[in-house]
Design a protein around this ligand. Sequence first.
Ligand code: HEC
Ligand code: HEC
Length: 294
Amino acid sequence: MSVEQRDPHSGYLTTGHEWNGITELNTPVPRPVYLFLILTFVFSVAYWVLMPAWPLGSDYTKGLLQANDRAAVARAVEQAAAVRSAWTSQIAAQSFADIEADPRLMADVRRTGRTLFGDNCAACHGRDAKGTKGFPDLTTASWLWGGSPEAISETIRVGVNASHPDTRVSQMPAFGRDGILKRDEMESVVAYVLSLSAPPPAGNKVAAEKVAAGKAVFAANCVACHGTEAKGNPELGAPDLTDMHWIHGSDENAIYANVWGGLKGQMPSWEGRLTPVERKILALYLIDLRAKRP
Ligand code: HEC
Ligand code: HEC
């Protein structure tokens, strides 16, 4: 069929095939390719011998180096748990004040608290804990249920209007919807509430002529929860209405809507979902955030 022919230009043999005067060169595979194949083969044989490689039914070849990532991870987890238990047991045993005074423990609180807060609380309170409409800012000195570490940890444990048997319970009546107050009474009391903050919350003008009437409506309907000075009551979760922190909006319309329709905040209970140490860390984390705020 074919006669050995040499291409006069390249000096290579041709395959002997010819199509319309075009012949095919029989170019040899370049030497570096053979070298590469040999090297990868040698590497793979060495790897099979040294490392776990071949399945043997229920077992596998372990390799001369006995490498085992699973055991290495288990060892690392064990070590981390040992390091962690050293400081978590200190958190469990010590008082809030002692932990706050210990910069080393507080560094652990900040690190772990940030993760715990991000995983469990940020969905409602925001990653920076500054809250949004309907969810309180947890970095201020203004607390519905008290701002001591004990009060904060109790709120986290039982929740607010939650399913826990000891839950904190609060509800602001719906003065408009339930027909407790008339429209002009609500307008006056809103003017009075706005007049309590000095200066009144941005964007509002206080209707001065309504404030006196509003004060009387407030005294008759609101002081039971918000207090005679409107400074709030942590027993009832009623907020201070004289400060600059508003959970549900600070403009006249929002305040009117809240007086009209009432409010019932809900915060889940974390007992059972977070350990006592984790809840203690979160309470300390929040105290620390507040301390950092100017
Ligand atoms: C489903 C939304 C939601 C989640 C999740 C949530 N909270 Fe709350 N939290 C609220 C609401 C709403 C309130 C206000 C309750 C009220 O009206 O009394 C609140 C109130 C609080 C208060 C009391 C604030 C005060 O002024 O006294 C603390 C403390 C608190 N949350 C901490 C946490 C922590 C810590 C987590 C995570 C473990 C968390 N919250 C997760 C909704 C949530
Ligand atoms: C039975 C107790 C109770 C009474 C009575 C009550 N409140 Fe409240 N009020 C609350 C509670 C509890 C909250 C907080 C609810 C929440 O954040 O979920 C609240 C919240 C508010 C807020 C929202 C504050 C914010 O930060 O956004 C305003 C405004 C307010 N009350 C005004 C009034 C006025 C005006 C009256 C009287 C007409 C009144 N309240 C009567 C319990 C009460």
